[in-house]
Design a protein around this ligand. Structure first.
Ligand code: UD1
Ligand code: UDP
Length: 358
């Protein structure tokens, strides 16, 4: 049996392995390598437990520092594991520093690389993830795109020969798991204390963690917008913004922003499915809002998933309270026949592409 090394490190990558690893293991011996980029229980282990993801064979324990420090340390340690394990191929997901380090380490050892979620482009080269995506796509052997837009981007860069359209594994996960928890069973933990909070009947759901929004101004403007909506807002806070969020809530006395510890995937989906609207800068949450037919406002100055920007289902907003309020006031139009993310069988297509492409 051929051996595939899957290399992951961040929350959205764990979630995707939930549908891909079990199928991969029917055909290949999988070695699962966790870089350690996300390491808190509720950013890592919780997903392995609730989605029954096979436990990693390696955890390299590398996190934090500058982009170069993190990527460099990962590159060194991943290379050692790949030399030791001698896989026939490497599987990487998305656009994190773990993705880039894994792809570079494998490319230099001449190990074929399969990139899942290839071809996403924001055309903003100051976006750290854009650098990771472009470099990863260009050293990979097999480029598996989620959507037609991804295929077209790869074509523009002369990469059509290696490209397959497989659909979005995040949609597979959504189809398989999103209904597994009712909002009434969601267990929220207040940020900064162990107090438990019930989910209010009506609420907006927001997340915010991108480097572009790691400033007092962005967070404060988002909070001012949400505070003016007359309903509660649930905000599970990524550890990157933890201290900042607690300080801003304290300084401004926002009453309707319910700040909580990061939740698990099943909880997050129950919250999406029952919320009024979503405000986020997360690539994953933008698509999940679309899957659940919830309107989303994306606080970024670039489009990550152009497929979702239709009928006001997803709109960009500046980190500016008035702009966010304006976008939240728009009506959306839903076309139920529009399915740009595939049919929920991306994982099967990924395995087929691996079998024919490597
Ligand atoms: C990373 C990805 C981003 C992805 C996100 C998913 C890069 C460049 N960015 O961003 O594309 O959307 O993951 O969530 O790889 N921290 C903790 N505990 C944790 C994880 C992080 O305290 O479990 C803190 C660390 O201090 C770290 C900071 O959060 O320095 C930022 O984490 P990092 O992994 O660098 O970036 P993310 O914002 O998570
Ligand atoms: N998510 C979660 N718990 C949270 C916040 C988000 O499980 O507290 C889920 C979210 O529903 C989506 C994924 O995490 O499935 C997206 O990850 P993230 O926003 O960290 O990364 P991105 O998608 O922006 O790369």
């Amino acid at each position: 049996m051929e051996k595939i090394a899957t290399i992951v490190g961040a929350r959205p990558q764990f979630i995707k392995t939930a549908v891909i690893s079990p199928k991969l293991r029917n055909h290949y011996q999988e070695v699962l390598i966790h870089t350690g980029q996300h390491y808190d229980y509720n950013m890592s282990e919780q997903f392995f437990e609730e989605l029954n993801i096979p436990f990693p064979d390696y955890n390299l324990g590398i996190s934090g520092g500058t982009h170069a420090e993190m990527t460099g340390r990962m590159l060194i340690e991943i290379e050692k594991v790949l030399i030791n394990e001698k896989p026939d191929g490497v599987l990487v997901y998305g656009d994190t520093n773990s993705t880039l380090a894994a792809a570079l380490a494998a490319a230099k050892l001449h190990i074929p690389i399969c990139h899942i979620e290839a071809g996403v482009r924001t055309h903003s080269i100051t976006n750290p993830e854009e650098i990771n995506r472009i470099c990863t796509d260009h050293v990979s052997t097999l480029l598996l795109a989620c959507t037609d837009a991804g295929v077209k981007e790869l074509e523009k860069e002369g990469l059509s020969d290696k490209t397959f359209l497989v659909g979005d594994p995040m949609y597979d996960v959504y189809v398989k798991y999103s209904g597994n928890m009712n909002v009434g069973d969601v267990y929220l933990t207040q940020l900064g204390s162990s107090d438990k909070i019930e989910v209010p009947e009506k609420y907006f759901y927001i997340t915010c963690h991108r480097e572009e929004n790691t400033s007092d101004k962005s967070i404060t403007e988002i909070f001012k917008a949400m505070e003016s909506m007359g309903e509660k807002t649930i905000f599970p806070v990524h550890p990157r913004n933890r201290e900042r969020v607690l300080r801003i809530i304290n300084d401004y006395g926002f009453k309707d922003i319910v700040v909580v510890e990061p939740v698990g995937y099943l909880e997050s989906m129950a919250l999406v499915r029952n919320c009024i609207k979503v405000v986020t800068d997360s690539g994953g949450l933008q698509r999940e809002a679309f899957f659940a037919k919830k309107q989303c406002v994306t606080v970024l100055n670039f489009v990550c998933w152009p497929e979702t920007m239709i009928g006001n289902m997803n709109q960009l907003a500046r980190p500016d309270a008035e702009d966010i309020i304006d976008k939240l006031s728009k009506d959306m139009v839903i076309d139920s026949n529009y399915q740009p993310f595939g049919d929920g069988n991306a994982a099967n297509k990924i395995i087929m592409a691996l079998q024919s492409g490597f």
